[in-house]
Design a protein around this ligand. Structure first.
Ligand code: AMP
Length: 396
């Protein structure tokens, strides 16, 4: 089955055309800067690479460009649009309504729309992607894969906030969680690799956005992001955990508007706020040259991850494996080492040599004395979406 996976953002569309079973990627690419003065379309297949600049007024124009490239008689990979049997859409927020991958109909689109206030940056773009794909690929099944779905198994004791009940019951304020597709993908890989579907895992997704999930029996039981994607770990530009009093102080004493606070905590904080860069590679090289702020930022980053490892080991009453994934988790031996140092009490001991090996494959990097396995697993959200779409469409 040829499945087109779409990840529509506010001004971009990432896409991959994948054949399942077999996991063959026929083409992939990105449409960027939609609606801006100058946009771009990137396309890569086994034999061709295309990078085109030009105005892309809206998502429909962007997706039509993608369709034209896929169907191009010379450089394309399809003979007709009808070859695409399903389009899998990454949808960021599914609220409490969607616990699994769902075939899209008018009711599903309405719920995605009703959830705009909970994900104002993402859900409108995701819905735009769906509506455009329905027109461009009218014969394909449209399927939604929700970032929040994997976390719907988090029990009430963990997903409720201690505020008056009406905010939960009427306003649906609770922990939802994000990056679910990535956490689900790496946890399935870890279960297969270790041959243990009852294991207690902590998956640590460290990219531009960062989050951790406690996983037991293959299910998410707690997670560091919450109602929105700001809580928990220190991220590229987001602060992660911060005392709510700081928000009140910024507004009540320093005169910040709600919008300014949101901008500060989402776009100007985290590693960027501490060091001036949100790219971990720059921060690591500054730290290696002795920059004290870069060293402190790395130490703070790892310290926060350690605190979550400790709390998740406590709530699971044990720990079988840590999983590092995403851009930083897969590539930064520096962060992995800082996180795993002085963790013998929890049975975590890193092998320094294995940690330094660079590889694109799943691997373990613990010392033989370690009780806990330490896995590095490359994430692949597009493949996870394609596999889920395949199972859903096949079963219908
Ligand atoms: P992602 O959002 O998963 O693409 O991850 C982006 C983050 O991964 C950025 O902060 C990059 O600096 C970081 N990253 C990518 N490659 C490396 C590397 N070789 N070493 C350290 N950090 C890296």
């Amino acid at each position: 089955m040829k499945i087109l996976v779409l990840n529509a953002g506010s001004s971009s569309i990432k896409y991959q055309l994948i054949v399942i079973p077999g996991n063959q990627v026929l083409a992939q690419g990105l449409v960027e800067r939609i609606g801006e003065a100058q946009g771009a379309v990137h396309y890569q297949s086994a034999d061709h690479q295309i990078d085109e600049e030009g105005v892309i007024p809206n998502h429909k124009a962007g997706l039509e460009k993608v369709a034209n490239l896929l169907l191009d008689p010379e450089k394309g990979v399809l003979k007709s649009a009808g070859e695409i049997q399903a389009v899998g859409h990454r949808v960021v927020h599914g609220g409490s309504y969607f616990v699994q991958t769902t075939i899209i109909d008018d009711r599903v689109k309405k719920v995605i729309k009703d959830l705009f206030p909970l994900a104002p940056l993402h859900n409108p773009a995701n819905l735009a992607g769906i509506e455009v794909a329905e027109k461009v690929f009218p014969n394909a099944r449209q399927v939604a894969v929700f970032d929040t779905a994997f976390h719907q198994t988090i029990p009430e004791v963990a997903h409720r906030y201690a505020i008056p009940n009406k905010f939960y019951e009427k306003e649906h304020i609770r922990l939802y969680g994000f990056h679910g597709t990535s956490h689900q993908y790496v946890s399935k890989k870890a279960i297969a690799y270790l041959g243990n579907d009852k294991a207690k895992f902590i998956s640590i997704h460290l990219g531009n956005g960062c989050s951790m999930t406690a996983i037991q029996d293959g299910k998410s039981i707690d997670h560091s992001l919450g109602f929105g994607p700001m809580n928990g770990l220190i991220m590229g530009t987001r602060s992660g955990d911060i005392d709510q009093s700081v928000v009140l102080y910024l507004q009540q004493s320093l005169g910040y508007s709600a919008e300014e606070v949101a901008n500060l905590l989402q776009k100007k904080s985290g590693m960027l706020g501490l060091t001036g860069s949100n790219d971990l590679r720059d921060i690591e090289s500054a730290s290696a040259k002795g920059d004290p702020m870069a060293q402190l930022a790395l130490a703070m980053n790892a310290y926060r991850i350690k605190k979550y490892i400790g709390s998740y080991a406590a709530i699971m009453n044990g720990l079988d494996a840590l999983i590092f994934t995403a851009g930083i988790g897969e590539n930064s031996d520096v962060i992995r080492q800082l996180v795993c140092t002085d963790m013998e009490f929890l049975g975590i001991a890193l092998d320094q040599e294995k940690n330094k090996i660079r590889s694109k494959s799943i691997r373990t990097i613990q010392h033989p004395s370690s009780k806990v396995q330490i896995l590095v697993i490359p994430t692949n959200e597009e493949l996870e979406i394609a596999e889920q779409v395949y199972m859903k469409v096949k079963g219908n």
